[in-house]
Write a protein that binds this ligand. Structure first.
Ligand code: ADP
Ligand code: MG
Length: 729
């Protein structure tokens, strides 16, 4: 067994970096070459088709059949010229990652010859045989078919020899079976609600987009070592492994110089990203050994979500060229930092104004304040739902483990803004303000932009932090599809903005002047949402107590966190705004629970197997070696000499026996507990049983296995150790 580990290590030590030279062009010369973007559309489409597609992108209008045929013809011409032979509808089912089924462009002529064909019908809608994707019961009940439908707002692109067309994925009855469908609906309602509110400040605003700039953390592990760890291969995380004597305690990894091999890998995936129009910009070493991060320039939210999921796919593929495996799991290694995916989010108008960017004059500043306060209020309204939107088996290892925010949602805005909100809360009263009071308030608000520019207040422990001109949702897991968090956030903010408009309208109807009505409503919101604002250390134990006193929740268990989707408040949010129907909400929760159960089930099986067929035999083998040695000593030495010499060894033999006994017994118990859990019919109860009765065994077994790793002869230990996984480069 150990042979595998040593062969893997030999392979790693023998590796030379695979050189990669990016094209000797300026990035701007090849950026987006593989994307059917606006410029290519203009070139390859008829004027009429181009206009309709642009209108569909900007206003969400429908594209008629005749035009779809024209678009398909243009897209095909461009794709074939660029070497594509196949096309696929590219979609994001409720599993992780993306799905694609490739079809060749060919059709048969009557005489048996072949021609390249691609019609509007094939572009607009397809029916993949997708009965194996999770639907939460939606498809079993009525129709097994699923449909994919073109999303013109995210441009088609070529990967390899395939033209990929971003699509939504819905059931025969129109219910969403993917991440994209509700996201698009959420973005649409946010657009309308935000434009409505912007009318108070600027009549030229006719469109508001949500913007998203994600930061993606990941680990790189050598392929040979990865392949020698069945737990990594099957669960993406190490289920055992004692901490390395040195890991991140010296804080010498963060922003350190990037190893050459890693650098080559980064250059290659960046190049592939640029070809696909993904504007990756920043990269650096993260805190843990072998952990890295990359971030693009922010984009429109739907496009940014597609680009993130596409990037993850590209990274996995490119990593293989450099003999790396990319780990996106939230906690691949115990005792060192896990990986997150910060979601930087804001809203931007068609007039180019960032609605969370402090303005330059009182008017734009009141607009900024309006969107800031409404966002905080939205987070306050739906904190539990936001928490649910980032819950997963993987992320539960990370949240609250002193490296990421706890499962308590709160918002940080920095001392200057806090002072400003406090002042606003005090100044404005329901009675009419004096002109002096108004002037003072406006003057104070004018001061904001300057102050913010000089003072980039940071609180790295906050799950939802204002960072100057955007909010950063930091609790998102590294393997997650951003759509889940973004759908929830955008819907919650849309609902709040609609509410705001109503509240202001009520006051205006009573004769209150517009600006003052806005001030009064904001003031009330500031008071109402005070409990969600927290400026202190989110990692501290005091905060956990304080948060509960404030009425905030701290739901550590993802299965329980998912319940927030099913409350009347959450259903009302999604249903009233037309983002998800009640049936879709319930179906999605079934899928989440099912995925959770299966992930823990797989981890438990893998750990059980490894414990019994890797660890126990190794420990027993070493124990036998010790016994042989003790027997030999006994033959050679006098009784007295022997006793002195062998006492430690005898202890060790006993110690190994105890761990082995414990591991065997606990593994058997865990299997029995699984059998009990598997019999539970109700998905929620079953997932809960897995979280409460199986997860503890994973930690417990690991403890004893890790103890054995410390005492068993290194030469026969079968699995690559943490120091090898994390430090061989
Ligand atoms: P950090 O210090 O957190 O790394 P950066 O300034 O590097 O902050 O930005 C992180 C991410 O935030 C980048 O992806 C960036 O494009 C994004 N970002 C900046 N402004 C906005 C915005 N208005 N909306 C959304 N994302 C933004
Ligand atoms: Mg950041």
């Amino acid at each position: 067994m150990a042979v595998i580990r040593f062969n893997a290590l030999r392979e790693v030590y023998g590796r030379k970096p695979v050189a990669f030279e990016p094209p000797s062009l300026l990035t701007s010369d090849y950026f987006g070459v593989n994307v059917f973007d606006k410029f290519k559309m203009e070139k390859y489409l008829t004027g009429e088709a181009f206009e309709q597609v642009m209108e569909a992108i900007e206003k969400g209008t429908r594209i008629d059949r005749k035009i779809a045929d024209q678009v398909a013809t243009g897209m095909k011409a461009w794709a074939i010229e660029n070497g594509a032979t196949h096309y696929t509808h590219w979609f994001q089912p409720l599993t992780e990652g993306t799905a694609e089924k490739h079809d060749a462009f060919i059709d048969l002529n009557a005489d048996g010859t072949v021609l390249e064909n691609f019609s509007g019908k094939l572009l607009v809608q397809q029916e993949p045989d997708a009965s194996s994707f999770p639907s939460g019961g939606i498809r079993n009940t009525f129709e097994a078919r699923g449909y994919t439908a073109w999303d013109p707002s995210s441009p088609a692109f070529i990967v390899g020899k395939t033209l990929s067309i971003p699509t939504i994925f819905v059931s025969y009855t129109g219910e969403a079976l993917d991440h994209k469908t509700p996201l698009l609906k959420a973005l649409n309602v946010l657009d309308k609600a935000a434009v409505d509110v912007c009318q108070y400040f600027d009549k030229d605003v006719s469109k508001v987009i949500a913007t998203l700039g994600w930061e993606q953390e990941y680990f790189l592990i050598d392929t040979a070592l990865y392949n020698a760890r069945p737990d990594l291969m099957l669960t993406e995380r190490t289920l055992m492994g004692h901490a390395s004597s040195k890991d991140q305690q010296l804080e010498d990894q963060y922003f350190a110089s990037i190893p050459e091999r890693v650098s080559n890998f980064m250059r290659e995936f960046e190049t592939e990203c640029y070809k696909l129009g993904i504007p990756v910009k920043t990269k650096h070493n993260e805190v843990a050994p072998n952990q890295y991060e990359c971030a693009p320039i922010f984009e429109e939210c739907n496009l940014a979500v597609d680009h993130n999921i596409l990037l993850m796919d590209i990274m996995r593929k490119v990593a293989k060229h450099h003999n790396f495996m990319v780990l996106f799991h939230e906690k691949p290694f115990k005792d060192i930092n896990g990986s997150g995916k910060h979601n930087n989010w804001s809203m931007m108008t068609n007039t180019g104004v960032n609605l969370l960017g402090p303005g330059k004059n009182p008017k734009t500043n009141l607009q900024f304040l309006t969107f800031l306060v409404n966002t905080i209020k939205a987070v306050n309204n739906h904190a539990d739902l936001l928490r649910a939107s980032i819950a997963s088996a993987g992320n539960s290892h990370r949240l609250g483990a002193n490296e990421a925010p706890p499962a308590i949602i709160s918002a940080f805005i920095g001392s200057q803004l806090t002072r400003m909100l406090d002042q606003l809360e005090k100044t404005v009263t329901t009675k009419k303000m004096t002109p002096d009071e108004k002037t003072e308030l406006k003057l104070n608000i004018i001061k904001v932009p300057k102050i913010l520019l000089d003072n980039t207040d940071r609180n790295r422990t906050s799950p939802f932090a204002f960072t100057g001109n955007k909010f950063e949702f930091r609790a998102v897991g590294s393997s997650a599809n951003c759509a889940s968090a973004m759908t929830t956030l955008n819907t919650a903010v849309a609902e709040q903005l609609i509410e705001f408009k109503k509240d202001v309208y009520k006051l205006i109807n009573k004769g209150v002047k517009k600006d003052e009505a806005i001030f009064q409503v904001l003031r009330k919101y500031i008071t109402d949402s005070k409990k969600i604002r927290f400026e202190g250390n989110n990692y501290s134990d005091d905060w956990k107590k304080d948060a509960i006193k404030r009425g905030l929740t701290n739901v550590a268990n993802p299965v329980e966190a998912y319940d927030a989707y099913l409350t009347d408040k959450s259903k009302k949010l999604f249903v009233n705004l037309g983002v998800l129907t009640e049936r879709e909400i319930e179906a999605r929760n079934h899928v989440r629970l099912d995925i959770y159960t299966k992930k823990i089930q797989i981890e438990s099986r893998v750990l059980g197997d490894l414990a019994i067929n890797h660890i126990v035999p190794t420990a027993v083998k070493y124990q036998t070696m010790l016994i042989e040695n003790v027997k030999g000593l006994k033959e050679i030495f006098t009784e007295k000499e022997f006793r002195e010499m062998a006492s430690g060894r005898l202890e060790l033999i006993k110690n190994i026996a105890e761990h082995v006994k414990y591991i065997k017994a606990k593994t058997a118990e865990m299997i029995e507990a699984r059998k009990v859990a598997n019999k539970i019919e109700d998905e929620h109860e079953k997932a809960l049983a897995y979280s409460k009765t199986i997860v503890p065994y994973l930690d417990d077994l690991r403890y004893h296995i890790d103890k054995l790793e410390l005492v068993v002869d290194d030469e026969i230990w079968p699995l690559p150790k943490y120091r090898e996984l994390l430090f061989t480069r």
